[in-house]
Design a protein around this ligand. Structure first.
Ligand code: IMP
Length: 209
C-alpha cells in the first residue's frame, strides 16, 4: 500500500535502549522522527496479545489513533527453548524487578527442569499503522544461546545473558553498530527502512505527495 509522503514518523516506544537503536538505523531518512515524549502523555495500551505481532499491532494502532501520526511500533523479547519460549511476550514484566533478578529467575527455572543452558532467540515484530489502518509489518530474529554468568555492560535488557556464537561473546559486549548488524531489531528496522524507501513505501519513487 502507498501512503502520502509522511513528513513525520512516530516511533512508539518509551524504552530508551530500543529508541537509541531505532534512531541509529532510521537516521538520514527524509523523515522527522518523533517519539512519545513529543506528545502529551498517552495511556499505554494493555499488551493483551499472546504473540509479539499481536502486541505490536495493539501498540501501533493505539498510538496512531491517539496521535494521528504515521506510527511504527514494535514488540520484542527473548524466547528460551528449554523454557518453552518463556519469557517471550512477558520479557519486560518477567519475574524480578531488576535484570539480574530476572536472570536469576531464569537460572532457577532451568535448574527446576534439570538443564544448565539453552538455545534462545530474540524476536522483534514491527508494525506500521496510520489512523485505524495497519499498513505494513515484518519480523526480525537473532539466534543464540544463554550465557552464564551474565557478561558485558552495553545494550540493555537481556543482552548480558544472550551469547551470540558468531561473535563469541554476548550482545552486551559489543558496540551498538555490531549489535544492530545482527540483532532482531536491526533486521526488522533495516527491512522497514527498505520498505520506506522502496517503490511501495512513502519515501520511494512511486510515492504520492
Ligand atoms: P516490550 O517493550 O513489551 O516489547 O518488551 C520488550 C522486552 O524484551 C524488553 O524490555 C527487554 O526485556 C526484552 N528485549 C527486547 N529486545 C531486547 C534486546 O535487544 N536486548 C535485550 N533485551 C531485549
Amino acid at each position: 500500500m502507498n501512503v502520502a509522503s509522511p513528513g513525520r514518523l512516530l516511533v512508539a516506544t518509551t524504552n530508551v535502549g530500543k529508541l537509541r537503536e531505532i534512531r541509529d538505523i532510521l537516521g538520514g531518512l527524509e523523515l522527522t522522527l518523533v517519539t512519545l515524549a513529543d506528545h502529551t502523555p498517552i495511556a499505554e495500551p494493555e499488551e493483551t496479545g499472546s504473540t509479539f505481532v499481536e502486541n505490536a499491532r495493539i501498540k501501533a494502532l493505539a498510538y496512531a489513533a491517539a496521535t494521528g501520526e504515521l506510527t511504527v511500533a514494535e514488540d520484542s523479547g527473548l524466547e528460551i527453548d528449554a523454557l518453552d519460549g518463556e519469557p517471550g511476550v512477558r520479557s519486560a514484566r518477567f519475574n524480578g524487578e531488576s535484570y539480574p533478578e530476572k536472570f536469576a529467575t531464569i537460572r532457577r527455572m532451568l535448574a527446576e527442569r534439570g538443564v544448565d543452558g539453552s538455545t534462545a532467540r530474540f524476536v522483534c515484530s514491527l508494525v506500521l499503522a496510520r489512523g485505524d489502518q495497519l499498513i505494513w509489518e515484518t519480523r526480525g530474529v537473532v539466534e543464540g544461546r544463554l550465557a552464564h554468568p551474565a557478561r558485558g555492560d552495553r545494550g540493555f535488557g537481556y543482552d548480558p545473558i544472550f551469547y551470540y556464537p558468531p561473535y563469541g561473546c554476548t550482545l552486551a559486549e559489543v558496540d551498538g553498530d555490531r549489535k544492530a548488524a545482527v540483532s532482531h531489531r536491526g533486521a526488522a528496522f533495516r527491512a522497514f527502512r527498505d520498505y520506506l524507501t522502496g517503490p511501495a513505501g512513502p519515501l520511494g519513487s512511486g510515492a504520492t505527495s
